[in-house]
Design a protein around this ligand. Structure first.
Ligand SMILES: [Zn+2]
Length: 157
């Protein structure tokens, strides 16, 4: 929505990034123009390389206008991921993040179990000596946290 008009800012004679790359005339109702402004040529270059201009065109035509902007963002993101990682594309980032979620959920379950454990100790102080946690249990959690952060660089693009 934000970039809806920016493709036309430089006047009707200047083609959008898509038409410029395809060397065709940019019509008044060009389907690419609202989403591929001339000042961001890299966006169309990526989706053209990975999906092909006619597929992008087809996809945009089939979608209602209010969904096109999101579809373009998604295609640009997926195309850039595919260029960076030709084998896995964005699936590499998705599975890495899924692993981080699994690892963090395991940590959360562990932490919640410890909270319950500590609360029970508070409720019955008489039995506290028999419920001591292992001294290194917090250290383990810190280690897990570091591992979970390794995949973070995948998101910088
Ligand atoms: Zn155009």
């Amino acid at each position: 929505m934000i970039m809806k008009e920016s493709g036309r800012k430089q006047g009707a004679l200047s083609p959008c990034a898509a038409c410029k790359l395809l060397r065709r005339r940019c019509a008044q109702d060009c389907v690419f123009a609202p989403y591929f402004p001339a000042d961001e040529p890299q966006k169309f270059a990526s989706v053209h390389k990975v999906f092909g201009a006619s597929n992008v065109n087809k996809m945009l035509q089939e979608l209602p206008e209010h969904q096109r902007s999101d579809a373009v963002s998604s295609m640009v993101y997926e195309a850039n991921a595919r260029v960076r990682d030709p084998v896995y594309g964005c699936v590499g980032a998705i599975s890495s993040l899924q692993q981080q979620i699994d690892s963090l959920q395991a940590q959360l379950a562990l932490a919640q179990a410890e909270v319950v454990h500590l609360r029970m100790r508070q409720v019955s102080p008489s039995s506290s000596s028999s419920h001591n946690l292992p001294a290194n249990s917090m250290d383990h959690m810190v280690d897990h946290h570091h591992q979970a952060n390794i995949g973070g660089s995948l998101w910088s693009c």
